[in-house]
Write a protein that binds this ligand. Structure first.
Ligand code: SF4
Length: 237
């Protein structure tokens, strides 16, 4: 039951991301090369940055056990694909990951499992696609290499790579990745969904660590009031 925790925020997100302009990218093994985790794209080798300094740069992973929300692997793009982009653009990357609830576990194991899935972003390195994460500022931007772009890098290639990276985790059943590069998208709202997701994850952690159960005095009351299942998680402990 715990994995319903993110379902409401996932639904709100999908409401915004499933539009008439959303394009499905193909699922295929493109054979695009991976590079080592230490390879850098210097500014001089960079074509542009997704989520460059002045722009929103949102990366978020949300987990569910509900097959209606994530029936199968999928990649959806809102906005321009990499070859069509000319300079820095705003950027969003949302991954909805459906897991087999049984294999996720409960308690501390559940919290670790959620974090492990999020950290998948640190375990994939498509050539020419250098992710830069500031966990502190909750930003995820990406430097795109000129050479890779000339060789045909696009979101179909990075998306398929990311889906394979998630599938290395044996609890994962299906992954839906959304890339957003539209100029006129409501990134503030998307950012609020990412924040909501993070506060749910932090609340799971808090619940596991504290035996205080005074909701009136608890700093997390606001999150627990809104997210179905959190209070049950705490009181079942
Ligand atoms: S259930 Fe109550 S005490 Fe527990 S984290 Fe939520 S608000 Fe706090």
């Amino acid at each position: 039951m715990e994995m319903k925790l993110y379902d409401e925020v996932i639904k709100k997100c999908q409401d915004r991301l499933e539009t008439e302009e959303s394009r499905q990218l193909s699922l295929e093994e493109t054979g695009w090369p991976e590079v080592s985790d230490r390879s850098m794209i210097l500014r001089s080798d960079m074509a542009y940055e997704l989520g460059g300094e002045r722009f929103p740069a949102i990366g978020c992973t949300m987990i569910t056990a509900n097959p209606e929300l994530v029936p199968s692997d999928k990649i959806t793009l809102l906005g321009k694909d990499l070859p069509e982009i000319q300079g820095d653009v705003p950027y969003g990357r949302i991954a909805l990951v459906r897991v087999d609830e049984e294999t996720l576990g409960e308690g501390q194991v559940l919290y670790q499992a959620v974090r492990a899935l999020e950290y998948t972003r640190y375990h994939f390195y498509p050539e020419g696609f250098m992710m830069r994460v500031s966990a502190f500022k909750q930003r995820e931007s990406v430097r795109i290499g000129k050479a890779a772009l000339a060789k045909g890098l696009d979101f179909t290639k990075t998306g398929n790579r990311m889906i394979s990276a998630f599938h290395k985790n044996l609890s994962v059943r299906a992954v839906h990745i959304y890339y957003i590069t539209r100029e006129d998208f409501d990134y503030k709202l998307l950012e609020s969904f990412a924040k909501e997701t993070e506060s749910i994850t932090q609340t799971i952690d808090h619940i596991l660590k504290t035996s205080l159960m005074d909701c009136k005095a608890c700093s997390l009351k606001k999150v627990c009031d809104e997210v179905e299942g959190l209070r049950e998680l705490h009181f079942a402990k």
